[in-house]
Design a protein around this ligand. Structure first.
Ligand SMILES: Cc1cc2nc3c(=O)[nH]c(=O)nc-3n(C[C@H](O)[C@H](O)[C@H](O)COP(=O)(O)O)c2cc1C
Length: 275
């Protein structure tokens, strides 16, 4: 990975093609689709497949959530990369009870061998693959530092570390103290969670983190990437207009428009709830 990378986080029902394109224009070097369940992709569910749409050249990693190798195999047999495709991202972070019941999302942080095998399946098909993870399922996982074992063992292009465990809500701050030991593994680490300021970015650069992934703060300010790079940024009103034009161009459903348009230009991260 060359230079410090700014990445737009996957946010369900928000980071569709129009929003990703807008953020890329204003400084996001790489963007991510909202998560798509491999179980539904393998069954050829049309609405889940639409989450993978990349209709322009915006650099996009496709995020998938799953745990069964047979489903990954079936899905990979059906997948064809589009122009902007920049590899897959495996979700080891989702803390929802549904995901955990199936052993997916942050429950996968405990499953090192399985994660290694799934990552190899992407590699065997010739695709890049990264991992986005929480620090484990709960405080005990975090205390045992199981996240370091995944980072050490798995052959991913980079690891996005959302510095919370699965039982933590957004009301509890991300733990910036974990990144240094993650970097010491020698793997490429991207920090995620509560990043909004140049001071945070400078401190992350100082400890050898390779990039910052920004989610909620980018929905409020899609030009935050350029802002943090010290480049010019348009007004919130101009960003809203650009977003509407892109959403029209890509014919995006109302739920995406509503979720974005009611947040652009505001400043309070609590608008996303504490889940
Ligand atoms: C409404 C909402 C939806 C999210 N959807 C996803 C998702 O689909 N995949 C994922 O890996 N993370 C998802 N996340 C987590 C974000 O990608 C990110 O890790 C988290 O918000 C912390 O980063 P931030 O403080 O910059 O927002 C979601 C977060 C929120 C608030």
């Amino acid at each position: 990975m060359t230079g410090f990378a700014f990445m737009l986080a996957p946010i369900e029902d928000m980071t569709s093609n129009a929003f990703r394109t807008l953020c890329h224009k204003y400084g996001a070097d790489l963007t991510f689709t909202e998560m798509a369940k491999v179980m539904a992709l393998a069954r050829n569910n049309k609405s889940t497949w639409s989450r993978l749409d990349c209709s322009d050249g915006t650099p996009t990693a496709i995020q998938v959530l799953g745990s069964r190798e047979s489903e990954f195999k079936r899905f990979l047999g059906m997948f064809k990369p589009a122009e902007g495709f920049r590899g897959f991202n495996l979700n080891l972070g989702c803390p929802s009870p549904d995901a955990i019941e199936y052993g997916q999302g942050c429950a996968m942080v405990r499953k090192i061998s399985k994660t290694m095998r799934i990552v190899s399946m992407f590699r065997d098909c010739g695709y890049g693959v990264s991992v986005k993870m929480r620090l484990g399922m709960n405080a005990l996982d975090k205390e045992y530092k199981i996240y370091l074992k995944i980072i050490e063992s798995v052959d991913a292009d980079f690891f996005v570390v959302h510095a919370r465990h699965g039982k933590q809500t957004y009301a509890q701050p991300a733990d910036f103290g974990v990144y240094e030991e993650c970097v010491k593994t020698g793997k490429d680490i991207i920090a995620n969670g509560d990043i909004r300021t140049s001071a945070q970015v400078e401190s992350l650069k100082g400890i050898g983190v390779k990039g910052a992934m920004i989610g909620r703060a980018a929905v409020l300010d899609p030009a935050i990437f350029n802002r943090l790079k010290g480049l010019p940024v348009p007004t919130a009103e101009a960003l809203r207009e650009e977003y509407i034009a892109l959403a029209d161009q890509f014919q995006e459903p109302d739920k995406y428009r509503n979720n974005i348009l009611r947040r652009i230009g505001l400043s309070d991260l609590a608008l996303f709830g504490n889940g």
